[in-house]
Design a protein around this ligand. Structure first.
Ligand code: AKG
Ligand code: FE2
Length: 241
C-alpha cells in the first residue's frame, strides 16, 4: 500500500453519504495551498510526518494539473492560455464493501461537474466503470502507478463541446475496502465559464449559456447530483447526436 493511501486510510473519518452508507469521503478545498492543508490536518489532528506527505501530494497533483491544463489548451491551438485562479478540490473516497454489497453500486452513475479530474484509484480493488458511446459500461481495471484523467461538465462547456464529460460509476466487485483520491480542477473562481472565442464560429455555435462555477455547483448540489445530465439546464443549442 502506498504511503499516501496509507495516510488517507488513517485519516478517513465517517461522513455518511445519504445514499450509500458504504461510501465515506473527506474533502480538502484548495489542495495546492499549504495553509489549506495545514488547516485540514489540524482539524483531524494529523501528525507532522503525515502532514508532510499530504502537503507534498497536494503540490505534486497541483503541478500535474497545471501541466495537463496547459497541454489541453495548446492541443486545441490556444497557446499561453492561463488557468490561473481555477482552484482545485481534493476528495478522498473510502468504500467499505462487504460480501452483501457485491454487485451493488458504491457511487451511482454521474458526471463530475468540474473541468477535469485527476483520479488516483485503488491499486488493488477495481470497481470504476465508464460509459462508452454505445451506453455500455466498461470496467477500468486497477493499474498501479497510474492516474486517470477524465473531463467533467465545466470541461465540456469551456471547450464548447470539444471535451466530453464522461459518465461513470463505482460498482462493488469484491468484499474489501477500496480507496481512491480524486483531485478536481474546478472552474474559474471569478467570472463566468465561457469558451475562448477561438472555439465559437458559424460551424460551432455556443452550446451553453454563460454561468459561473459557483452557480453550477449550487445547481448540482440542489439536485443532489441526481441530474445526470446537469449541463442540459444550461444548454442553448439542441444536442446534435
Ligand atoms: O473511486 C473512483 O474510482 C471514482 C470516484 C468518483 O467518481 C468521484 O469521486 O467523483
Ligand atoms: Fe466521479
Amino acid at each position: 500500500m502506498s504511503k499516501v493511501i496509507e495516510t488517507i486510510l488513517l485519516l478517513t473519518e465517517t461522513i455518511k453519504n445519504e445514499f450509500n452508507p458504504l461510501f465515506e469521503a473527506l474533502g480538502l478545498y484548495n489542495i495546492g495551498s499549504s495553509q489549506a492543508v495545514q488547516d485540514f490536518c489540524t482539524k483531524l489532528d494529523v501528525s507532522v510526518h503525515k502532514r508532510k506527505i499530504i502537503e507534498a501530494y497536494g503540490q505534486a497533483v497541483t503541478g500535474a494539473a497545471m501541466k495537463i491544463s496547459e497541454k489541453l489548451a495548446s492541443s486545441l491551438g490556444l497557446n499561453g492560455y492561463s488557468f490561473e485562479g481555477w482552484p482545485m478540490h481534493c476528495r478522498m473516497n473510502k468504500f467499505s464493501f462487504t460480501p452483501e454489497t457485491v454487485g451493488s453500486s458504491g457511487v451511482r452513475m454521474h458526471t463530475d461537474p468540474m473541468f477535469f479530474t485527476i483520479l488516483q484509484d485503488d491499486e488493488n480493488v477495481g470497481g470504476l466503470e465508464v460509459m462508452n458511446k454505445s451506453g455500455e459500461f466498461v470496467a477500468v481495471d486497477p493499474l498501479p502507478g497510474s492516474i486517470l484523467v477524465n473531463f467533467g461538465d465545466i470541461g465540456s462547456a469551456w471547450s464548447n463541446g470539444r471535451f466530453y464529460s464522461v459518465k461513470h460509476r463505482v460498482q462493488c466487485k469484491e468484499a474489501s475496502t477500496r480507496l481512491s483520491i480524486a483531485s478536481f480542477v474546478l472552474g474559474p473562481k471569478e467570472g463566468p465559464v465561457e469558451p475562448p472565442p477561438e472555439f465559437v464560429d458559424d460551424q460551432h455555435p455556443r452550446l451553453y449559456a454563460s454561468f459561473t462555477w459557483e452557480d453550477y455547483r449550487k445547481l448540482r448540489v440542489s439536485t443532489k447530483f441526481r441530474n445526470i445530465d446537469g449541463l442540459s439546464d444550461v444548454r442553448v443549442q439542441p444536442r446534435n447526436e
